[in-house]
Write a new protein. Structure first.
Length: 148
C-alpha cells in the first residue's frame, strides 16, 4: 500500500518584540481558540507566498505596513493540529524591528485584545504552540514540531 502524502496548510505569523515584550492578540468570535492569545497571523492564500501573507495580515489585523526586506524568518514549525480535516500545518514565524503606522486592533469582531506582554510572564491563556514558538525564537531555535 502506498503512503498518503502530507496535505499541509501553510500559515504565516508575525512576532513583534519591544522592550522584552511581545505583541499578542486574544482571539474572539472565530470558532478557533477563542479567548486565547495568539499572534498576528493567517493562512497563506492560493497564489500567495508566506511573506505576502504576513504583510497582508499585519495590515488587516493591526493596521501596520511591513517592508518585505525588513522581515526575517525566525522559526518554522511543523504542527499536527486538533482541527478536523486537514490536520497538518506548516507555520512560518517572522520577526521585524520596523513597521509603519500605529498598532491598533483593526478586527474587533475577531480580536478583543491586542496588547504587549512581558516575555517572562506570558498570559496563562496563550495557545500552546504559540508559546512554544515564542520560546524557541527567544532561544534562537529555528525549527520545531508540535502535536505529533
Amino acid at each position: 500500500m502506498k503512503n498518503k502524502r502530507h496535505q499541509n496548510t501553510p500559515a504565516s505569523y508575525l512576532v513583534l518584540f519591544k522592550d522584552n515584550q511581545v505583541l499578542l492578540l486574544r482571539r474572539f468570535n472565530t470558532g478557533y481558540e477563542d479567548g486565547n492569545y495568539s499572534l498576528i497571523a493567517g493562512h497563506v492564500d492560493s497564489g500567495e507566498n508566506f511573506t505576502q501573507c504576513i504583510i497582508r495580515e499585519a495590515k488587516e489585523e493591526a493596521g501596520i505596513l511591513l517592508n518585505p526586506e525588513d522581515l526575517k524568518v525566525a522559526h518554522v514549525m511543523h504542527r499536527n493540529s486538533e482541527i478536523i480535516g486537514n490536520k497538518e500545518r506548516v507555520d512560518v514565524f517572522f520577526i521585524t524591528k520596523k513597521w509603519q503606522g500605529e498598532i491598533q486592533n483593526k478586527e474587533i469582531y475577531k480580536c478583543d485584545d491586542l496588547s504587549w506582554f512581558n516575555l517572562d510572564k506570558l498570559p496563562e491563556n496563550i495557545i500552546p504552540y504559540i508559546k512554544q514558538a515564542i520560546n524557541k525564537i527567544k532561544n534562537k531555535v529555528y525549527y520545531s514540531e508540535h502535536g505529533w
